[in-house]
Ligand binder design. Structure first.
Ligand code: BTN
Length: 241
């Protein structure tokens, strides 16, 4: 593809079960990345926390396979979120594009993109990104939206893929050279719910408090009504407690 970042692999498919699953297979076959895997449709798209990601043709389904160790995966989720938010914001001017902890992109307050990080063995990571270009699911717990619903037309798939890969490469290089700090700062500038009362659903409990900050590892810092600070590393966030 013309303009595709140098040194970055690209494999495109008509239909896959899941681009993250294909990353797992390719790694087994000896491929290490960096490699983008893109499908027009997925038959078994998956979301975070065991959820299904409805994968109708017309949306973007892509995974970046990277030779990166698992402990760094959380930080790279923020790198990917920033890259996705930037390109969505460029498409949907002047709509509001925000990031919802940990890795969702919101367009006018509704979910337009999601990211699924999967560690593959000790030193490989799959960063799966789904962007609602043309369609969005109805009746989701967190309301969804597509870019087309805001602009009237779905953006061109190849154009979006190229911009996403370029933005991801640019942010990855910032992260690799300067560490998490610039990523954290840029992420906070787009953070939804920062300084507000939120609810965090964890694996087996719920917490309520003010979303105070993002720490050095990307954990959400929640201040409860008694003044105690909790560090949240995994969960779902809701803005209406
Ligand atoms: C979420 O918000 O729950 C994460 C959704 C991630 C969806 C993408 S689509 C491309 C890649 N392949 C998958 O099966 N899932 C991710």
């Amino acid at each position: 593809m013309q303009g595709w970042p140098h040194g970055l692999g690209l494999r495109r498919y008509e239909t896959l079960d899941s681009t993250n699953e294909e990353a797992r297979r390719l790694l087994k076959d000896g491929m290490r990345g960096p490699l983008w895997i893109v499908a027009r449709q997925q038959t078994a798209g998956r979301g975070r926390r065991g959820r299904v990601w409805i994968s109708e043709g017309g949306n973007l389904f892509a995974t970046l396979l990277l030779p990166v160790a698992m402990p760094l995966s959380a930080q790279l989720g923020f790198v990917a979120g920033l890259a996705a938010a930037e390109i969505i914001a460029a498409q949907a001017v002047p709509a509001e594009v925000k990031l919802k902890w940990p890795n969702d992109v919101l367009l006018n307050g509704k979910k337009v993109a999601g990211i699924l990080l999967e560690g593959l063995g000790e030193d490989a990571l799959a960063i799966g990104i789904g962007i609602n270009l043309a369609h969005h699911p109805l009746d989701t717990e967190v309301p969804s939206i597509s870019i087309a619903a805001v602009t009237g037309n779905p953006p061109d798939l190849d154009g979006i893929l190229l911009r996403l890969a370029s933005a991801m490469t640019a942010w990855y290089e910032i992260w690799a050279k300067q560490g998490f700090q610039p990523v954290r700062k840029a992420w906070l500038l787009r953070a939804a719910g920062l300084g507000r009362l939120i609810r965090a659903r964890l694996a087996d409990s719920e917490r309520q408090g003010v979303f105070e900050d993002l720490d050095e590892d990307g954990a959400l810092l929640l201040r409860d009504s008694l003044g105690a600070l909790t560090r949240i590393t995994a969960g779902d966030v809701f803005f209406r407690p």
